[in-house]
Structure formats: structure tokens, C-alpha cells
Design a protein around this ligand. Structure first.
Ligand code: IPM
Ligand code: MG
Length: 369
């Protein structure tokens, strides 16, 4: 059997630096665990625009469709702010999500004990936090039609985006959330604005339908998105799995990420339908962005991207034990006091570089053998 294939799209800003550390980890698994991957690399975002005039070429898109999993770094930067909307770096990312039909975006927010004091919330509110946000990723207001900026007869302009969901779009992401809940604390919180939006009413009805007909054993509750934002900073440990739409999920996952101490810690998996080989279409990426302010300085925290690779081991390659090995290695490195700059508390201290963090994780992996 051939090795599983990975397409690395490091992208912009700190993307290439953090991805360099992931490549070390991939090599480690090949050398030490006989888990070899066929890795190819390509451009996305501003990096692709600079060379090809588009944030994602058709050839790269085709490659992404063929591989077992895509690992993405980050896209965007101030240099590209002036570009036309249609060729902005973010369009490359959104095209990957849409054309691979990666409808379920898993964004875990776990608070590593060693970092509980770095959260903007008090330790006892976040210590031991372990929630999973399932964000719908291919529909809703990010993609709904009509959309655009239009001239009105009275000389004004109007900007339009459409929040639109169908039965099947809601049901499939709801199933992802219920499946995950069964492997965790068996509770799902479905989040919308059914008090003001028809799409929210439909969301609530369809999630409830899936629950009644297919997952009656899982506990399901409903919450309005504004209340959810408040509850996330008031008492985040009340949640197990949160399932919500594309836009609310974007916002709530940043909020949940910060609970854990740093955006530099949060991975994500975007999963679609099963391919012929039984693996889901998949792309793995950190929740953080391209952080242009620190790019190229060796300051970035590679952990979110490395944890995204751990998610790839778990969700694409059925290597849950190896994913745990990697997560434990990271936990032990943090427990030893190693910190990239983003993980220093207000009292400061000494930080290590991006590649020193990667090396420390490799050492901890060695120690796990
Ligand atoms: C995210 C990001 C993206 C989004 C941007 C970069 C298009 O914020 O993955 O959360 O809004 O989905
Ligand atoms: Mg976001």
C-alpha cells in the first residue's frame, strides 16, 4: 500500500515558519513510528497571488482534491488589503473549504493546565476546559446568494449577504456534532438566533429532528448566539460540544480560543464527506491567522499548527494513540516551562523561538518511546 498523502499549503505571514516545525514532526513519525507520508507543497493566499495572480490556482485546487489531507498554515497580510475582493488571500482558503465541501469545522478549545494562568479569565473558570465547537463551514452568510455591493436608484449603495441554510446542510453538520458528543460527554448545545432569524428557526428544527430520530441518547440543548458568547466568558465549562453556523462559529471560536490563554494554541480540522478510501475529505489548519506583525522573526508559536497535525493523525489516519502521543509531548513541554513569546504572562520571562519549540516537542516525542 502506498503512503498516505499530504498537501502542505503554508501560505503567508507566520504560516511557513510554523509549518517548518510540523514538517519536523512529520519526519519524526516517518523515522521513529514507521508512519510515512508522501508530502507535496504548494502555494496559497498572498504567496500564490504573488506568483500566479490568484490566491489558489486550479492546479493546486485539483491537488487538494486528490490528497488524503491538506495541511494549511495561514493566509493574508496588509500587503494584500488593497487587492480586489475576488483575489484576496482569504478567497483561496474559502475556495478550498467550499470545493472540497468541508462542511464540519472542528475547533477544540482545551486549556492546558500549564497555561491556565495566561487566560484572560481566572484560573478556576478555565482550568480543565475542554470544549469542541463544530462550525458549519460551507454555507450560511459566507456563501449565500444574493451577495454583492449594488448601486441604488437614489444614489446610495447597498451591501448584501444572505444567511441561507437548507435541511441537508443543517442535518449533516448536526450529525457530526452528535457523533463527536458520543465520544465525549454526550452533550450538544445548538446555537443560533431563532428569536430573530428564520434561518435560526430552521436550524433549531432540523437539529432537533436529527436528535429525535437518530441520536436520542445524546443530550441536546439550544441557546441564542449572543447568550452563548456571554456564557463562554462566564462559565465556559458548562459546554461539551457546540454546533453552530458559519458566521456565529467564526466569532464564537475566536472567543473560546482566547479562554485557553493564547490563539497560538488552537488547532482545527475541517472535514467533508468520506472519500472512496474511507477517509473524509480533510483540511487541517490553526485557528490563528498569519500574524504579519511577527512574521519572519522566529517568534510565532507553532503549537496550534502542530496540534492540527495531531488532529490529522486522529481524524484522517485513524492514529488516535499517536495523536495523543503528540498532544502529551506538547503538554510536557509546556509543563517544563518552555514558552514562545505569546505564552509569556504579564510578568514576562524568557521565551524560546519557533524552531526551539519544535525541537523541544521532538525531544519530548523521543522521550515517549
Ligand atoms: C477563520 C478565519 C477565516 C474565516 C478568514 C481568514 C476567512 O477567520 O478560519 O476563522 O472567517 O473563516
Ligand atoms: Mg475566524
Amino acid at each position: 500500500m502506498s503512503n498516505p498523502s499530504l498537501l502542505i499549503l503554508a501560505g503567508d505571514g507566520i504560516g511557513p515558519e510554523v509549518m517548518d516545525e510540523v514538517k519536523k514532526i512529520i519526519d519524526w513519525y516517518g523515522d521513529k513510528r514507521e508512519l510515512q507520508f508522501d508530502v507535496t507543497e504548494d502555494l496559497v493566499g498572498g504567496a500564490a497571488y504573488d506568483v500566479h495572480g490568484t490566491p489558489l490556482t486550479d492546479a493546486t485546487m485539483a491537488k487538494a482534491q486528490e490528497v488524503d489531507a491538506v495541511l494549511l498554515g495561514a493566509v493574508g497580510g496588509p500587503k494584500y488589503d488593497v487587492l480586489d475582493f475576488s483575489v484576496k488571500p482569504e478567497r483561496g482558503l474559502l475556495r478550498l473549504r467550499k470545493e472540497m465541501d468541508l462542511f464540519a469545522n472542528l475547533r477544540p478549545a482545551q486549556c492546558f493546565d500549564a497555561l491556565a494562568d495566561f487566560s484572560s479569565l481566572k484560573r478556576d473558570i478555565v482550568a480543565g476546559l475542554d470544549i469542541m465547537i463544530v462550525r458549519e463551514l460551507t454555507s450560511g452568510s459566507y456563501f449565500g446568494e444574493p451577495r454583492g455591493i449594488f448601486d441604488l436608484p437614489n444614489g446610495e449603495r447597498e451591501g448584501i449577504n444572505t444567511q441561507r441554510y437548507t435541511t441537508s446542510e443543517i442535518r449533516r453538520v448536526a450529525r457530526s456534532a452528535f457523533d463527536l458528543a458520543r465520544k465525549r460527554d454526550n452533550r450538544v448545545m445548538s446555537v443560533e438566533k431563532a428569536n430573530v432569524m428564520e434561518s435560526g428557526i430552521l436550524w433549531r428544527e432540523e437539529v432537533s429532528w436529527v436528535h429525535e430520530n437518530e441520536y436520542p441518547d445524546v443530550q441536546l440543548d439550544h441557546m441564542y448566539a449572543d447568550n452563548c458568547a456571554m456564557q463562554l466568558v462566564r462559565a465556559p465549562k458548562q459546554f461539551d460540544v457546540i454546533v453552530t453556523d458559519n458566521l456565529f462559529g467564526d466569532i464564537l471560536s475566536d472567543c473560546a480560543a482566547m479562554l485557553t490563554g493564547s490563539l497560538g494554541m488552537l488547532p482545527s480540522a475541517s472535514l467533508g464527506a468520506l472519500m472512496e478510501n474511507g477517509r473524509p475529505k480533510a483540511m487541517y489548519e490553526p485557528v490563528h491567522g498569519s500574524a504579519p506583525d511577527i512574521a519572519g522573526q522566529g517568534k510565532a508559536n507553532p503549537i496550534a499548527t502542530i496540534l492540527s497535525f495531531a488532529m490529522a493523525l486522529r481524524y484522517s489516519f485513524d492514529q488516535g494513540a499517536e495523536a495523543e502521543r503528540l498532544e502529551n509531548a506538547i503538554e510536557s513541554v509546556l509543563a517544563s516551562g518552555a514558552r514562545t513569546a505569546d505564552l509569556l504572562g504579564p510578568e514576562g520571562g524568557k521565551s524560546i523561538s519557533t524552531s526551539e519549540m519544535g525541537d523541544a516537542i521532538i525531544k519530548a516525542l523521543d522521550a515517549s518511546l
